[in-house]
Design a protein around this ligand. Structure first.
Ligand SMILES: [Zn+2]
Length: 307
């Protein structure tokens, strides 16, 4: 399996257009040791020329252009066989509307995520220009199923969607039921030819036994690295909400994911979906040193992992 990080930042990217925090301002002025990052998206392949996207970020067009393997090889075409959605947040779905150029798309999502994107969304009509422009393949929780190519043939990958504590996208709050377990999922991808497993959990509100179970035995874990601390947005006065209110378990602290997952044995352990306020973005910060000392990595745009 080959993974390529197309975007490693949380919503807003890094630097964020309306932010002059220590990180964003420092990045623009060249005062900190860090790299700019686009919003979270990863592509993966069983190394056979077929590619799958996880999430379609608002920067999807530039992200596809950034990686040769995703370029069309003839006429009008794409090696992208399908797109997986972890939840309905705009930073994961908005890019779908940018892929509207009369091309068939296969979308893997849970029923709640599909409904959240399609129902009452007049912009979705741009993806309904012809019959079968979009094929939804509905993911059931905890069922391992073959990942199919755009033409329906099996790929060398399987996927299992696992419910993760999360929340509704902001634009759906108050409109639809917030109690569905499948509004936010992580994925376990397994390559059938060599058994290698990627556990992809980029939005984790709480580390539950089922999340732990899904990370167990993975060769690579990609985990929610949005915030370092609970009060990262409230202390500077950006937003009166904690990391947990926003359904992101912080990385640092005694209850943080770094400490809670100290026993995870995956060869590669990578934080992704990193908010621009997170101090671990700075390569010389004490927080970054803690992460690296624990054997974890901080994803960057262009990072490639082979399993
Ligand atoms: Zn910022």
């Amino acid at each position: 399996m080959v993974l390529r990080v197309l975007g490693s930042a949380a919503g807003g990217g890094f630097p964020q257009w309306n932010c002059a925090c220590v990180n964003c301002g420092g990045m623009r002025k060249g005062l900190i040791a860090a790299s700019p990052r686009t919003q979270e998206s990863v592509c993966l392949s069983a190394d056979d020329g077929d590619w799958f996207l996880i999430n379609a970020s608002p920067e999807v067009r530039a992200q596809i252009e950034s990686f040769d393997a995703l370029h069309p090889r003839q006429s009008r075409s794409t090696p992208i066989q399908a797109i997986f959605l972890t939840n309905g947040d705009l930073d994961h779905c908005l890019g779908l509307l940018s892929l509207r150029e009369n091309h068939r798309l296969v979308l893997y999502a849970t029923e709640s995520v599909r409904r959240g994107f399609t129902e009452g969304n007049v912009l979705y009509r741009t993806l309904q220009r012809f019959a079968e422009q979009i094929t939804w393949r509905t993911l059931k929780l905890d069922v391992e199923e073959p990942v199919l190519l755009v033409d329906g043939r099996p790929s060398r990958l399987t996927v299992t969607a696992v419910a993760v504590p999360g929340k509704l996208p902001i634009h759906l709050e108050g409109l639809v039921s917030s109690g569905e377990a499948d509004v936010n999922v992580g994925f376990r991808f397994r390559q059938s030819t060599n058994g290698k497993v990627l556990a992809y959990f980029s939005a984790v509100g709480r580390i539950t036994p089922s999340v732990l179970n899904a990370l167990e035995g993975a060769d690579c874990v990609m985990l929610d690295g949005t915030f370092w601390s609970s009060d990262e947005l409230s202390v500077p006065g950006f937003l009166e909400k904690s990391a947990e209110d926003l359904a992101h378990c912080p990385v640092g602290g005694p209850e943080g994911s770094l400490s809670m997952l100290s026993k995870i044995a995956a060869l590669r352990r990578v934080f992704i979906h990193i908010n621009n306020t997170n101090p671990m973005l700075r390569e010389d910060s004490p927080e970054r040193k803690l992460v690296e000392a624990a054997g974890w990595e901080v994803a960057w745009d262009g990072m490639e992992i082979r399993l």
